[in-house]
Design a binder for this molecule. Sequence first.
Ligand code: SAH
Length: 382
Amino acid sequence: MENIDKELLIELSRVYGSLTNRVVEKLFTPSKRYYMRVNTLLITPGELIDIFREKYGIKLYQDPFVDEAVYIIVQGPYNVPVVDKKIVVDKNAAESIVLGANVYAPGVINYDDFRKGEEVNIVAPNGKIIALAVTEKSSDELKSIKKGVIAKTIKSLYKLPPIRDLEEYRAGLFYPQSLPAMLVSKIIKPKPREIIIDCCAAPGGKTTHLIQLSRGLAKIISIDRSIQKVLKIVENIKRLRQPENIHFHVGDARYIDLYYPLLKADKAIIDPPCSALGVRPKISIDKTFKDVINNSRYQIQFIKAVSRVLKHGGLLVYSTCTITFLENEYIAKKALGYGLKTVEVQLPYANKVYYGGIIAYRFDPLTNDINGYFIVVFKKTS
Ligand code: SAH
């Protein structure tokens, strides 16, 4: 078993009981299906599937439940040959290199001396060998460069085509996004002229999906707390060539009721920072139970503020990409104290959860080989 905070394991066992270890093991492997959302404002899923097949020989499959969702099958696990030299990369870099991405200078944290054109192992911070790569620079050159590819990955534990390097990605024909994340905007069903708040919006996965579904006709208030992050949303909207009928707000969404005291929104999404345990594959899990408690205290504040700016009968979708109890069911139950009640919806790949008067949806890596995720839908009743 990997090295994980004991209290965090206890927290997970509140949900998974005797299955906890198996769920945790699954988090260290990628889902077999890697999902992308087709930008249906520019292209149909069928057309994108044809382009991938004819131009790149990559097979894309259409999801049977969500029209705009297509996926690639992730290959592996493979054996990675072990060589003498290594480059250690940070956790973020490791999480993409393990799927076959190249090694970029900013992700490197440590390395042996190497020449250009030499084979090296790429190693995660916890010592796990994740890939074999051929260097494009020497270690001396690496000392003075800050960006760019420093090694080309030739064998990784798992393999996914480099989809973000494709012309079609730059042309905005698709947005890599997990299937449960797509369901959030689908539940919202944005209609023309409706006012919809997206509270923790960057980099804009759900905001851009809302624009797509409403063809730019819903009025979206897209909030994130840092200007850099809001600029990421703008960048994605531009890449996807979407209409910009959108109001950006750089600020702390926990105080949205103070910024917009007169607002009565039709619908809202809260997708707050979370422990992200459901995002696979994990290289290591360094989140602790303390982080989970802190997140939980933070998350409830969004519910409180948003419930105040939602109109009577308005819809709120709360989602996280994590699988702990405290960041999910616990928050959903607390929300009942803010004039919200949970509603039942039909969601593919989800397991329905009943807990203390709430109904919610868990996406569980074990039964559906999907990323871990949580969704609960509320209606404002007072
Ligand atoms: N909904 C996004 C992902 C959100 S990740 C998508 O689908 O693409 C969580 C986001 O919450 C981060 O971008 C973070 O900057 C933002 N955030 C954290 N605290 C916040 C706060 N108090 N107010 C607004 N945004 C916040």
